[in-house]
Design a protein around this ligand. Structure first.
Ligand SMILES: *[C@@H]1O[C@H](CO)[C@@H](O)[C@H](O)[C@H]1NC(C)=O
Ligand SMILES: *[C@@H]1O[C@H](CO)[C@@H](O)[C@H](O)[C@H]1NC(C)=O
Ligand SMILES: *[C@@H]1O[C@H](CO)[C@@H](O)[C@H](O)[C@H]1NC(C)=O
Length: 491
């Protein structure tokens, strides 16, 4: 027999045809059966509907994220609590009060709001720190819509690169500050934020996953500088997502003189292990095509008086307030203030960004979204996604000593050519999407934009994985009896 004969079809043509037809009918009906049940399941399990499923691309890199098991009361439950309050002096902004009445009458079926995933506050004091909400929203989105997400969710902690701790630490702190500010810094039972911090830290530090890694592969979102106020040292080994290092002990600070108020007791944050994340912008995006003539040279809106690093702000204010081409406005956090900001930032070439309480503020991201070229006056500022973004492509950096020379700043900015300004604005327009957290879906549940803030944050964490893994392995070989200090060993 020739080898060819072996490949002969095992059946005659008519029977082949018959089985083929049968196969077709069977698979078609199976397909419809599947399709129908799938559709039914989706519709009954949730009211979610997005235009297209997004299949994951197996060729792209991703980070494997395990969601730590925390009761709902530490994340979405805090939002239930927030929205259950009646208008309160600090917790209620005008926008929130409107939303609140919407929510309480949400029996109306037209409501797009999903009670499982309530909206995040619109109160600008809180909204600017909303990273925690959008990151968790992405992780909570059903798998079939997460094809754009850089974070791949795994359900077995042994498979994970990192463990994400779903505690809304900012919201927890802001709730306490709104309800009873006097207790915020006290370790007492009446301080609900303190109680929550303690419970979260006990739960997380008691887990096998934490014990195994010393917490180095855990990720906390601590955007508000007062978030996790009482337990910063206990979670210091973890990857912390912060807006800057204001209020933290830096790894590279030196305790040289040993007796100053600046003395370093723990090293808690470092660019090596932590990730700087953007504030959530509060002003709407201006597209390059909508850009109009800008008649003012420089715009600044905000409080004149700040403490600490903010002294620069006060001096600058006095220096610039009487310049003809400069607009300086005291801000107020209500609808009027917002309208003024939008107008000011859209009609000025440059937007001043001096240090406030902390080196950064949401104003920087509002400037970018308004296509107003940031003028950053700060000698040590940390910015998000550095290495992926080159800020000198679209911002002007000015040292404090130069900025405080009379007439220097106006001269310097006037010297920047129209062509250079256009280049800055062009570059800025290109980068606007990476500072966007909002996926546009209620509750933050739905596909995220591939080039938005959430994915950039995970890409930054991904870059740290080799370091984290090395630190864990070094820790593991330590003989028993060696005490583990409360600090990060990331160098
Ligand atoms: C630190 O300085 C304060 C006053 O500046 C002084 O009272 C105190 O004794 C100093 N402590 C040490 C350990 O030198
Ligand atoms: C916003 O606050 C300012 C200053 O307190 C006030 O003059 C203005 O009327 C307020 N606007 C609104 C819409 O409440
Ligand atoms: C602005 O340009 C002028 C003329 O080129 C130059 O003399 C001056 O030093 C510049 N000023 C600043 C602050 O850069």
């Amino acid at each position: 027999m020739s080898p060819k004969n072996n490949t002969r079809l095992p059946c005659s043509i008519p029977s082949l045809f018959l089985s083929f037809a049968l196969f077709c009918i069977l698979s078609l009906s199976l397909f419809f059966l599947f399709y129908l049940t799938q559709n039914q399941q989706q519709q009954s399990s949730s009211s979610l509907s997005f235009s297209n499923k997004i299949p994951p691309n197996p060729n792209k890199p991703f980070i494997k994220v395990y969601l730590a098991d925390l009761p709902r009361s530490f994340n979405y439950g805090l939002l239930d609590k927030y929205w259950s309050f009646t208008a309160d002096s600090r917790l209620g902004s005008d926008a929130d009060n409107d939303l609140r009445s919407d929510l309480s009458s949400s029996s109306s079926s037209s409501s797009k709001l999903n009670p499982k995933f309530p909206p995040y506050p619109e109160n600008p004091l809180i909204k600017q720190y909303s990273a925690e909400y959008w990151i968790l929203g992405d992780l909570m989105t059903p798998e079939e819509w997460r094809g754009n997400s850089f974070a791949k969710r795994v359900y077995n902690v042994d498979e994970a690169d990192v463990v994400f701790v779903p505690f809304f630490a900012t919201l927890s702190a802001e709730l306490q500050l709104g309800l009873e500010k006097g207790l915020f810094r006290k370790k007492v039972s009446g301080n609900e934020d303190y109680q929550r911090q303690k419970e979260v830290v006990d739960l997380i530090r008691g887990s096998d996953a934490w014990k195994r890694s010393g917490g180095r592969d855990h990720v906390f979102v601590l955007t508000d500088p007062v978030a996790m106020w009482h337990f910063k040292a206990e979670i210091a080994p973890a990857v912390l997502l912060v807006v800057d290092f204001g209020g933290w002990y830096r790894l590279d600070s030196k305790a040289s003189d040993g007796n100053s108020s600046e003395m370093i007791q723990h090293t808690q944050v470092s660019l090596l292990k932590d990730v700087i994340v953007p504030y959530t912008h509060l002003l709407p995006r201006l597209h390059l095509s909508e850009n109009r003539d800008r008649r003012t040279l420089l715009y600044f809106k905000g409080a004149k008086h700040r403490h600490r690093g903010g002294l620069v702000r006060e001096k600058l204010w006095d220096l610039l307030v009487n310049e003809p081409d400069i607009v300086m406005e005291e801000g107020f956090p209500n609808a009027t203030g917002r309208e003024y900001s939008i107008k000011g930032m859209r009609s000025s070439e440059f937007c001043l960004h001096p240090a406030g309480d902390t080196p950064t503020s949401c104003r920087l991201f509002d400037a970018v979204l308004s296509l107003c070229i940031p003028v950053i006056v700060s000698d040590n500022i940390e910015l998000p996604f550095e290495g992926m973004v080159d800020y000198s492509d679209f911002s002007v950096f000015v040292s404090v000593s130069n900025a405080l020379q009379p007439n220097w700043l106006v001269q310097y900015l006037t010297n920047i050519s129209k062509q250079q300004r256009d280049t800055y604005r062009h570059n800025m327009a290109h980068l606007q999407p990476i500072f966007e957290y909002d996926s546009g879906h209620p509750g933050g549940i739905g596909p995220i934009p591939p080039d938005g803030a959430v994915n950039h944050i995970w890409k930054k964490v991904y870059q740290k994985l080799p370091l984290i893994k090395e630190a864990i392995i070094r820790e593991k070989r330590k003989p028993q009896g060696v005490s583990v200090p409360l600090r990060c060993h990331c160098t």
